[in-house]
Ligand binder design. Structure first.
Ligand code: ATP
Length: 440
């Protein structure tokens, strides 16, 4: 049976509120009330996190319904336009809502997956999106500049196996109020203890901070994510929310997929606004810059160098960066977003320490007579033993190996600084659990 796919993006504002997932939830309710049967769970698709035009998490929404034929697309599009016109933060000059409707025989057209990968890993234009929509016989509608058609189309194109995670979202009525949500922190801890790792990033145990609730003016009260639907609902049951919950929605998402990362062979292969994985050696001692950000310099196999940063919000992750020594071999994952006049910098998302150099310091020799550590007898006068009094003007300092505070392995910032798409440390536990796979 034919399926109508609807993508929506760019409806929200950091100042005026709203959230594209809320609009998706309202539209889904409306279309189902009109008799359209769902052809799959709604999807929340995150796109390029290094995209300079994103507001927050660069998320777009994909909904799908069984239809009799193409003649139903305009009706669905009209419903979507109504909901977006009523709810989107159109007063924000940066909000450029776009809606795309495309019909297929079931799964989204194959031709669209390439567009998803381009929008996830690079930058695409509105023109490219519109060309593809026309080629696929779809329809699009937009407000203002309509940049949202890019994300709307890319969300439809995400291959099914890309969206293996779930996010359960609870919403308050969409009144743009900033500030904390009345979500009981202790109940979040309890929910995390009971449902982790099948839910994750609910609570940052390093910094004792609940992460489920945002702080902006959007209608989201809380979001719970993970690979297992029933664990999400279990966590939601355990979390006490004092605010009025207007609705709850469940989205499939590409959170935690790590699919946004592109492997590059060297610094010369970096393209602006991408997230890369790059291997190299630490070529300068790490340092702390203004704003308490931590930096080091990486040299690739060709001898080209680039600055790598662990910014202040990554908290103790900076200490790992600062424990690196020149010569250590690392594989970094991070976004490359040129911001002149700042030097080109990779903003770390995670780091693997592959090899550690041995570090030595100069020390006074031990006494050849009694074995005690000697001390300097003065410039050019050799060493003297404070225990037995033996002195020798010809003795040289020795090299002592300094224990490294760092070990080899994979390091990620604390949960409070995780990106939506970052592969979290829990992922290796999910992989051992076949039930997390995609159902068809
Ligand atoms: P959310 O708040 O839902 O998490 P967001 O608010 O951060 O997401 P949007 O407001 O949706 O982001 O704005 C992102 C804009 O960038 C949208 O117009 C989208 O179409 C566009 N966009 C997304 N990915 C790309 C890309 N790879 N290249 C060019 N434009 C993109």
């Amino acid at each position: 049976m034919p399926v109508a796919h609807i993508g929506i993006d760019d409806t929200d504002s950091n100042e005026l509120g709203m959230c594209t997932t809320y609009i998706g939830a309202v539209l889904d309710e409306r279309l189902r009330a009109l008799g359209f049967a769902s052809a799959g769970e709604p999807r929340l698709v995150r796109l390029n996190p290094a995209n300079p035009t994103k507001t927050r998490g660069n998320g777009a929404v994909h909904l799908r319904y069984h239809v009799r034929g193409r003649e139903e697309l305009p009706m669905i599009l009209k419903e979507a336009e109504d909901v977006v016109a009523r709810l989107a933060a159109l007063g924000d000059p940066k909000a450029d809502p776009g809606i795309v409707a495309i019909q297929s025989d079931g799964r989204p057209p194959e031709a669209l997956s390439g567009f998803y990968w381009s929008a996830l890993r690079g930058i695409v234009s509105i023109g490219q999106a519109l060309d593809l929509i026309v080629r696929l016989g779809g329809v699009a509608s937009w407000f203002k500049e309509g940049r949202g058609v890019i994300g709307a189309l890319a969300a439809i194109g995400a291959p099914e196996e890309e969206t293996r995670m779930y996010e359960l979202l609870a919403y308050r009525p969409p009144i743009p109020l900033k500030g904390p949500r009345a979500v009981d922190e202790e109940s979040v801890r309890l929910a995390d203890l009971e449902t982790w790792p099948l839910t994750y990033d609910n609570y940052d145990w390093y910094y004792m901070e609940a992460l489920v609730a945002p702080h902006g003016p959007d209608p989201v009260l809380l979001g719970i994510r993970g690979p297992d639907r029933s664990s999400l609902f279990r966590a939601y049951d355990l979390i006490r929310v004092e605010d009025r919950v207007e609705r709850v929605a469940l989205y499939r998402t590409n959170h935690g997929s790590g699919s946004h990362v592109v492997d590059v062979g060297g610094v010369r292969d970096l393209r602006p606004y991408t997230t890369v994985r790059l291997e190299g050696r630490v070529s300068a001692r790490p340092w702390v810059g203004p704003g308490s950000h931590a930096f080091f310099e990486l040299e690739d196999a060709y001898g080209d160098r680039i600055r790598v940063a662990a910014y202040e919000p990554t908290k103790h992750f900076r200490r790992i960066v600062l424990s690196l020594e020149p010569g250590d071999r690392v594989r970094v994952v991070g976004s490359y977003r040129p911001r002149p006049p700042e030097p080109p910098t990779i903003n770390l998302e995670s780091m693997e320490v592959l090899d550690l150099v041995s570090v030595y310091r100069r020390a006074a020799p031990t006494c050849p007579r009694c074995g005690h550590r000697m001390e300097s007898a003065g410039l050019g006068k050799g060493y003297r033993c404070p225990a037995c009094g033996y002195a020798d003007a010809g003795l040289e300092p020795t090299r002592v190996r300094v224990p490294r505070r760092l070990v080899r392995g994979q390091f990620t910032p604390p949960p409070r600084a995780h990106r939506h798409l970052t592969r979290p440390p829990e992922a290796y536990l999910w992989e051992r659990r076949p039930a997390c796979g995609v159902e068809d």
